[in-house]
Design a protein around this ligand. Structure first.
Ligand code: PCA
Length: 324
């Protein structure tokens, strides 16, 4: 082989390697909920879909349960590129911008259908907001409707006064404040510990998280308040996303759409099963009584007004589009 040919072969090999390295991606995906939760299963299916769509070249590894980053740190980690993609309960960040709390306004959208409609109305603004934070929206999946877990029968908000209440967002903390409870912010991954040690004696969440933390070991009552359906949002770091090839980007987007649809279907299919599991484990499951219901409805009105005032024109546009 002539020297020039050898040189060419080496350069060509280096180019192939470089191209290969650019195409073969490995992304870590931190999430905050247990491996057995349907959100995590949806994320794992999303990763498998991306891998399949890129002929095995683009590998996303899901790290559940706050193992890689704690729930509260995931968004910042993805914004700063410490993680290229992640899943986060977006309403936990409503203190950064009220638009992140659009899915947690009590009783504004408290069925799956209403929550889908509200999300569609909000998405253009949310994608813009995420982009301004160096994030690319990939998909979102709702939690089942939120209910109230307590250690005693509760007939009115007066029964909640002074109770230590686990909050996970601005909205849950505000409900605690309005009802005279003592809020303490706790990630789902730390919730059973908090209940076991008496750090919290009440919380608002879905049957799904109640099931995950075996709420029946600590709590006696679940009231199906159906206050709202908060969402986990999956977002990518914009710089990491921009480095992907066109076909990899398309795989992320297409698989994201599939994940959103299958996650929603799972949430719907599982809602009653979780509630049945609470009852089967001897919790008293019921709708809130008339007085509690009307008091909570009142909080809903107060908090809708507060949110609209904070969220300004963008918030009003969303609510108007939703109400059409
Ligand atoms: N589970 C999550 C958020 C909403 C829900 O249903 C949690 O309690 O942290």
């Amino acid at each position: 082989m002539k020297a020039s040919t050898v040189g060419f072969a080496v350069v060509a090999a280096a180019q192939v390697l470089a191209a290969g390295a650019a195409r073969a991606e490995g992304w870590d995906m931190p999430t905050a909920y247990p491996a057995s939760n349907y959100h995590t299963e949806t994320a794992v299916a999303f990763a498998a879909c991306v891998k399949g769509a890129t002929a095995g070249k683009f590998d996303i590894t899901v790290h559940p349960n706050g193992a890689l980053f704690k729930g509260n740190d995931i968004k910042r980690a993805v914004q700063t590129g410490q993680a290229p993609i992640g899943e986060r309960l977006i309403s936990a960040h409503a203190n950064e911008n009220p638009l992140f709390g659009v899915d947690s306004i009590p009783f504004l959208a408290s069925s799956f259908e209403a929550s889908e409609k509200l999300w569609k109305a909000a998405l253009p603004e949310l994608e813009k907001l995420l982009a301004s934070q160096n994030l690319v929206y990939v998909y979102a999946v709702p939690w089942p409707p939120q209910g109230l877990y307590t250690k005693k029968a509760v007939n009115s908000v007066a029964d909640l006064k002074g109770v230590k209440f686990r909050s996970y967002s601005v909205a849950t903390a505000r409900i605690a404040e309005l009802s005279g409870m003592i809020p303490v912010q706790i990630e789902a991954a730390d919730l059973s510990q908090a209940l076991a040690t008496g750090v919290a004696d009440s919380f608002i969440s879905s049957g799904s998280t109640g099931f995950d933390v075996k709420a029946w070991e600590y709590m006696t009552h679940f009231y199906t308040v159906d206050a709202w359906l908060p969402r986990n949002v999956i977002f990518a770091n914009k710089d990491s996303f921009d480095k992907l090839s066109a076909s990899e980007k398309a795989a992320v987007k297409t698989c994201g759409d599939t994940a959103a649809a299958s996650g929603l279907a799972q949430a719907k299919a599982l809602t009653q099963k979780y509630i049945d599991a609470l009852a089967a484990n001897k919790m008293t499951v019921s709708a809130p009584g008339a007085q509690l219901k009307s008091e909570l409805d009142g909080y809903g009105k107060t908090m809708t007004g507060e949110w609209e005032a904070k969220a300004g024109a963008a918030g009003k546009a969303i609510v108007d589009a939703y109400s059409k």
